[in-house]
Design a protein around this ligand. Structure first.
Ligand code: SAM
Length: 270
Protein backbone atom coordinates (compact mmCIF):
# COMPACT_ATOMS: atom_id res chain seq x y z
CA UNK A 1 0.00 0.00 0.00
CA UNK A 2 1.37 3.44 -0.81
CA UNK A 3 2.23 5.95 1.90
CA UNK A 4 -0.35 8.35 0.46
CA UNK A 5 -3.33 6.06 0.58
CA UNK A 6 -2.95 4.19 3.86
CA UNK A 7 -6.45 2.91 4.57
CA UNK A 8 -8.61 5.87 3.83
CA UNK A 9 -12.20 4.98 2.95
CA UNK A 10 -11.80 7.23 -0.14
CA UNK A 11 -9.41 4.59 -1.51
CA UNK A 12 -12.27 2.10 -1.24
CA UNK A 13 -10.21 0.21 1.35
CA UNK A 14 -11.89 -0.23 4.71
CA UNK A 15 -9.62 -2.13 7.11
CA UNK A 16 -12.52 -2.76 9.51
CA UNK A 17 -14.40 -5.01 7.07
CA UNK A 18 -13.00 -8.43 6.16
CA UNK A 19 -12.73 -9.25 2.46
CA UNK A 20 -12.31 -12.51 0.57
CA UNK A 21 -8.92 -11.32 -0.71
CA UNK A 22 -7.60 -10.60 2.79
CA UNK A 23 -8.96 -13.85 4.28
CA UNK A 24 -7.55 -15.95 1.42
CA UNK A 25 -4.19 -14.24 1.87
CA UNK A 26 -4.28 -15.27 5.53
CA UNK A 27 -5.22 -18.90 4.71
CA UNK A 28 -2.22 -19.05 2.36
CA UNK A 29 0.14 -17.70 5.02
CA UNK A 30 0.44 -14.20 3.49
CA UNK A 31 1.04 -10.95 5.35
CA UNK A 32 -1.17 -8.53 3.45
CA UNK A 33 -4.24 -9.05 5.64
CA UNK A 34 -5.91 -6.83 8.25
CA UNK A 35 -7.00 -7.81 11.80
CA UNK A 36 -10.62 -7.92 10.51
CA UNK A 37 -9.58 -10.52 7.89
CA UNK A 38 -7.77 -12.61 10.48
CA UNK A 39 -10.74 -12.50 12.88
CA UNK A 40 -13.14 -13.65 10.15
CA UNK A 41 -10.64 -16.26 8.92
CA UNK A 42 -10.36 -17.72 12.44
CA UNK A 43 -14.15 -18.04 12.59
CA UNK A 44 -14.13 -19.92 9.28
CA UNK A 45 -11.31 -22.17 10.49
CA UNK A 46 -13.35 -22.96 13.62
CA UNK A 47 -16.34 -23.97 11.45
CA UNK A 48 -14.37 -25.66 8.67
CA UNK A 49 -10.74 -26.37 9.63
CA UNK A 50 -10.02 -27.81 6.17
CA UNK A 51 -10.37 -24.32 4.64
CA UNK A 52 -6.55 -24.01 4.82
CA UNK A 53 -6.25 -27.17 2.74
CA UNK A 54 -8.92 -25.88 0.35
CA UNK A 55 -7.01 -22.64 -0.22
CA UNK A 56 -3.71 -24.44 -0.81
CA UNK A 57 -5.21 -27.05 -3.16
CA UNK A 58 -7.20 -24.41 -5.05
CA UNK A 59 -4.03 -22.40 -5.59
CA UNK A 60 -2.22 -25.51 -6.81
CA UNK A 61 -5.06 -26.21 -9.24
CA UNK A 62 -4.75 -22.66 -10.62
CA UNK A 63 -1.02 -23.13 -11.12
CA UNK A 64 -1.37 -26.55 -12.81
CA UNK A 65 -4.09 -25.20 -15.10
CA UNK A 66 -1.97 -22.20 -16.14
CA UNK A 67 1.06 -24.44 -16.71
CA UNK A 68 -1.05 -26.78 -18.86
CA UNK A 69 -2.44 -23.86 -20.89
CA UNK A 70 0.94 -22.24 -21.49
CA UNK A 71 2.90 -25.46 -22.05
CA UNK A 72 0.47 -27.81 -23.77
CA UNK A 73 -2.26 -25.61 -25.21
CA UNK A 74 0.01 -22.82 -26.46
CA UNK A 75 -1.94 -20.04 -24.72
CA UNK A 76 -0.06 -16.75 -24.48
CA UNK A 77 -2.71 -14.39 -23.07
CA UNK A 78 -4.60 -14.67 -19.80
CA UNK A 79 -7.46 -12.69 -18.27
CA UNK A 80 -7.35 -13.56 -14.56
CA UNK A 81 -10.57 -12.33 -12.93
CA UNK A 82 -10.65 -12.48 -9.12
CA UNK A 83 -6.86 -12.43 -8.88
CA UNK A 84 -6.53 -12.13 -5.11
CA UNK A 85 -3.61 -10.50 -3.33
CA UNK A 86 -0.23 -11.36 -4.84
CA UNK A 87 1.36 -14.49 -3.44
CA UNK A 88 3.91 -17.10 -4.55
CA UNK A 89 3.50 -18.45 -8.07
CA UNK A 90 1.33 -15.73 -9.57
CA UNK A 91 -0.20 -16.42 -12.99
CA UNK A 92 2.35 -14.41 -15.02
CA UNK A 93 5.26 -16.10 -13.23
CA UNK A 94 3.98 -19.59 -14.13
CA UNK A 95 2.97 -18.62 -17.69
CA UNK A 96 6.15 -16.68 -18.49
CA UNK A 97 8.22 -19.56 -17.16
CA UNK A 98 6.69 -21.67 -19.91
CA UNK A 99 6.39 -19.08 -22.66
CA UNK A 100 8.34 -15.85 -22.25
CA UNK A 101 5.92 -13.65 -24.20
CA UNK A 102 2.87 -14.51 -22.08
CA UNK A 103 0.66 -11.56 -21.19
CA UNK A 104 -1.66 -11.34 -18.18
CA UNK A 105 -4.41 -8.89 -17.25
CA UNK A 106 -5.24 -9.19 -13.56
CA UNK A 107 -8.72 -8.07 -12.45
CA UNK A 108 -10.14 -7.81 -8.94
CA UNK A 109 -13.01 -5.85 -7.43
CA UNK A 110 -11.09 -5.35 -4.17
CA UNK A 111 -8.95 -2.20 -4.48
CA UNK A 112 -6.43 -3.78 -2.08
CA UNK A 113 -5.24 -5.98 -4.97
CA UNK A 114 -4.27 -2.96 -7.08
CA UNK A 115 -2.71 -1.33 -4.01
CA UNK A 116 -0.49 -4.40 -3.53
CA UNK A 117 0.10 -5.01 -7.20
CA UNK A 118 3.87 -4.50 -7.36
CA UNK A 119 4.39 -8.27 -7.29
CA UNK A 120 1.94 -8.67 -10.16
CA UNK A 121 3.91 -6.35 -12.40
CA UNK A 122 6.28 -8.33 -14.58
CA UNK A 123 9.87 -7.15 -14.71
CA UNK A 124 9.45 -7.22 -18.46
CA UNK A 125 7.35 -4.08 -18.83
CA UNK A 126 4.17 -4.24 -20.82
CA UNK A 127 3.33 -7.91 -20.25
CA UNK A 128 1.02 -7.56 -17.23
CA UNK A 129 -1.49 -5.06 -15.93
CA UNK A 130 -3.80 -4.86 -12.94
CA UNK A 131 -7.27 -3.33 -13.00
CA UNK A 132 -9.98 -2.84 -10.41
CA UNK A 133 -13.27 -4.00 -11.91
CA UNK A 134 -16.23 -6.17 -10.99
CA UNK A 135 -16.95 -9.51 -12.63
CA UNK A 136 -20.65 -8.73 -12.28
CA UNK A 137 -20.11 -6.10 -14.98
CA UNK A 138 -18.13 -8.12 -17.52
CA UNK A 139 -18.21 -5.37 -20.14
CA UNK A 140 -16.28 -3.10 -17.77
CA UNK A 141 -13.48 -5.70 -17.98
CA UNK A 142 -13.79 -6.58 -21.67
CA UNK A 143 -13.95 -2.92 -22.75
CA UNK A 144 -11.22 -1.67 -20.41
CA UNK A 145 -8.35 -0.02 -22.32
CA UNK A 146 -5.75 -1.93 -20.27
CA UNK A 147 -7.40 -5.20 -21.28
CA UNK A 148 -7.24 -4.24 -24.95
CA UNK A 149 -3.64 -3.11 -24.60
CA UNK A 150 -2.56 -6.68 -23.73
CA UNK A 151 -5.24 -9.06 -25.03
CA UNK A 152 -5.88 -9.65 -28.72
CA UNK A 153 -9.44 -10.97 -28.81
CA UNK A 154 -8.86 -12.35 -32.33
CA UNK A 155 -6.38 -14.87 -30.87
CA UNK A 156 -6.96 -17.74 -28.41
CA UNK A 157 -6.79 -16.70 -24.77
CA UNK A 158 -7.66 -18.06 -21.35
CA UNK A 159 -10.21 -16.58 -18.97
CA UNK A 160 -9.51 -17.62 -15.38
CA UNK A 161 -12.42 -17.55 -12.91
CA UNK A 162 -10.66 -19.35 -10.10
CA UNK A 163 -12.41 -19.28 -6.71
CA UNK A 164 -14.40 -16.20 -7.67
CA UNK A 165 -17.78 -17.29 -9.10
CA UNK A 166 -18.98 -18.39 -5.65
CA UNK A 167 -18.79 -14.69 -4.73
CA UNK A 168 -21.35 -13.91 -7.45
CA UNK A 169 -24.89 -14.51 -6.20
CA UNK A 170 -27.69 -15.85 -8.38
CA UNK A 171 -29.29 -12.38 -8.40
CA UNK A 172 -26.39 -11.22 -10.62
CA UNK A 173 -27.05 -13.98 -13.18
CA UNK A 174 -23.62 -15.63 -13.15
CA UNK A 175 -24.44 -17.80 -16.20
CA UNK A 176 -25.05 -14.71 -18.33
CA UNK A 177 -21.75 -13.25 -17.10
CA UNK A 178 -19.81 -16.38 -18.08
CA UNK A 179 -21.61 -16.53 -21.45
CA UNK A 180 -20.63 -12.92 -22.13
CA UNK A 181 -16.96 -13.67 -21.37
CA UNK A 182 -17.02 -16.83 -23.51
CA UNK A 183 -18.64 -14.96 -26.39
CA UNK A 184 -15.68 -12.54 -26.38
CA UNK A 185 -13.10 -15.37 -26.63
CA UNK A 186 -11.78 -16.52 -30.01
CA UNK A 187 -12.19 -20.20 -30.97
CA UNK A 188 -9.43 -22.28 -29.39
CA UNK A 189 -9.66 -20.28 -26.14
CA UNK A 190 -10.06 -21.79 -22.67
CA UNK A 191 -12.18 -21.13 -19.59
CA UNK A 192 -10.86 -22.17 -16.16
CA UNK A 193 -13.23 -22.32 -13.21
CA UNK A 194 -12.95 -23.43 -9.62
CA UNK A 195 -15.92 -23.14 -7.28
CA UNK A 196 -16.79 -24.21 -3.72
CA UNK A 197 -19.58 -26.72 -3.39
CA UNK A 198 -21.62 -27.94 -0.43
CA UNK A 199 -22.03 -31.37 -2.06
CA UNK A 200 -19.44 -33.31 -0.05
CA UNK A 201 -19.25 -31.58 3.37
CA UNK A 202 -22.53 -29.68 3.74
CA UNK A 203 -22.20 -28.78 7.46
CA UNK A 204 -18.73 -27.30 7.03
CA UNK A 205 -19.68 -25.54 3.81
CA UNK A 206 -22.68 -23.90 5.48
CA UNK A 207 -20.57 -22.83 8.48
CA UNK A 208 -18.19 -21.10 6.05
CA UNK A 209 -21.09 -19.42 4.28
CA UNK A 210 -22.41 -18.00 7.58
CA UNK A 211 -19.07 -16.31 8.33
CA UNK A 212 -18.63 -14.89 4.82
CA UNK A 213 -22.14 -13.37 5.01
CA UNK A 214 -20.70 -10.71 7.36
CA UNK A 215 -17.81 -9.85 5.00
CA UNK A 216 -17.68 -7.83 1.79
CA UNK A 217 -17.97 -11.08 -0.18
CA UNK A 218 -20.87 -13.38 0.75
CA UNK A 219 -20.61 -16.92 -0.69
CA UNK A 220 -23.06 -18.88 -2.84
CA UNK A 221 -22.40 -22.63 -3.00
CA UNK A 222 -23.31 -24.47 -6.18
CA UNK A 223 -23.81 -28.15 -6.83
CA UNK A 224 -21.78 -30.21 -9.30
CA UNK A 225 -24.43 -29.77 -12.00
CA UNK A 226 -24.71 -26.01 -11.34
CA UNK A 227 -20.94 -25.61 -11.77
CA UNK A 228 -20.97 -27.92 -14.81
CA UNK A 229 -23.54 -25.59 -16.41
CA UNK A 230 -20.92 -22.81 -16.61
CA UNK A 231 -19.08 -24.96 -19.18
CA UNK A 232 -22.09 -25.36 -21.46
CA UNK A 233 -21.00 -25.11 -25.11
CA UNK A 234 -17.33 -25.80 -24.25
CA UNK A 235 -15.43 -29.06 -24.48
CA UNK A 236 -13.83 -30.23 -21.23
CA UNK A 237 -10.11 -30.90 -21.11
CA UNK A 238 -9.61 -34.30 -19.39
CA UNK A 239 -10.42 -35.15 -16.64
CA UNK A 240 -13.41 -32.75 -16.81
CA UNK A 241 -14.98 -31.21 -13.71
CA UNK A 242 -13.51 -32.80 -10.56
CA UNK A 243 -12.48 -31.97 -6.99
CA UNK A 244 -9.39 -29.82 -7.60
CA UNK A 245 -6.75 -32.28 -6.26
CA UNK A 246 -7.85 -34.70 -9.02
CA UNK A 247 -7.30 -32.23 -11.87
CA UNK A 248 -4.08 -33.43 -13.55
CA UNK A 249 -2.12 -33.92 -10.29
CA UNK A 250 1.58 -33.45 -10.82
CA UNK A 251 2.80 -35.72 -8.04
CA UNK A 252 1.75 -38.10 -5.31
CA UNK A 253 -0.65 -36.57 -2.79
CA UNK A 254 -2.03 -37.80 0.51
CA UNK A 255 -5.14 -35.61 0.18
CA UNK A 256 -8.51 -37.34 -0.28
CA UNK A 257 -9.97 -35.31 -3.17
CA UNK A 258 -13.53 -35.16 -1.78
CA UNK A 259 -12.21 -33.56 1.43
CA UNK A 260 -11.37 -30.54 -0.72
CA UNK A 261 -14.86 -29.31 -1.55
CA UNK A 262 -13.76 -27.15 -4.44
CA UNK A 263 -14.66 -28.25 -7.97
CA UNK A 264 -12.37 -27.32 -10.84
CA UNK A 265 -12.36 -27.73 -14.59
CA UNK A 266 -10.99 -26.35 -17.84
CA UNK A 267 -13.13 -26.04 -20.98
CA UNK A 268 -12.11 -25.29 -24.58
CA UNK A 269 -14.15 -23.19 -26.99
CA UNK A 270 -14.36 -24.93 -30.41
C1 SAM B 1 -10.47 -16.64 -2.96
S1 SAM B 1 -9.72 -15.33 -3.85
C2 SAM B 1 -9.09 -16.22 -5.26
C3 SAM B 1 -7.75 -15.71 -5.76
C4 SAM B 1 -7.17 -16.49 -6.93
N1 SAM B 1 -8.06 -16.47 -8.08
C5 SAM B 1 -6.87 -17.91 -6.56
O1 SAM B 1 -7.74 -18.76 -6.81
O2 SAM B 1 -5.83 -18.20 -5.98
C6 SAM B 1 -11.15 -14.53 -4.57
C7 SAM B 1 -10.88 -13.17 -5.17
O3 SAM B 1 -12.02 -12.79 -5.96
C8 SAM B 1 -12.25 -11.42 -5.76
N2 SAM B 1 -13.65 -11.12 -6.10
C9 SAM B 1 -14.76 -11.44 -5.38
N3 SAM B 1 -15.87 -11.00 -6.02
C10 SAM B 1 -15.44 -10.39 -7.16
C11 SAM B 1 -16.10 -9.73 -8.24
N4 SAM B 1 -17.43 -9.60 -8.25
N5 SAM B 1 -15.35 -9.21 -9.24
C12 SAM B 1 -14.00 -9.33 -9.22
N6 SAM B 1 -13.31 -9.94 -8.23
C13 SAM B 1 -14.03 -10.47 -7.21
C14 SAM B 1 -11.91 -11.18 -4.31
O4 SAM B 1 -11.66 -9.81 -4.05
C15 SAM B 1 -10.71 -12.08 -4.13
O5 SAM B 1 -9.52 -11.38 -4.36
Amino acid sequence: MTAQSPHRPSSGIDPTVATAAGMYDYYLGGRDNFASDRRAAHKVIAEAPEVLLLARENRRFLQRAVRFLAREAGIQQFLDIGTGLPTQGNVHEIAQDETSGARVVYVDSDPRVLAHSRALKASEAGTTSVITADLRDPDSILDHPDTHALIDFEQPMAVLLVAVLHFVGDDSDPYDIVDRLCAAMAPGSYLVISHVTADSRPEHAHGLKDVYRATKNPVTHRTFSEVDRFFQGLEYVAPGLVFVPSWRPDGASDVAPEEVWVLGGVGRKQ
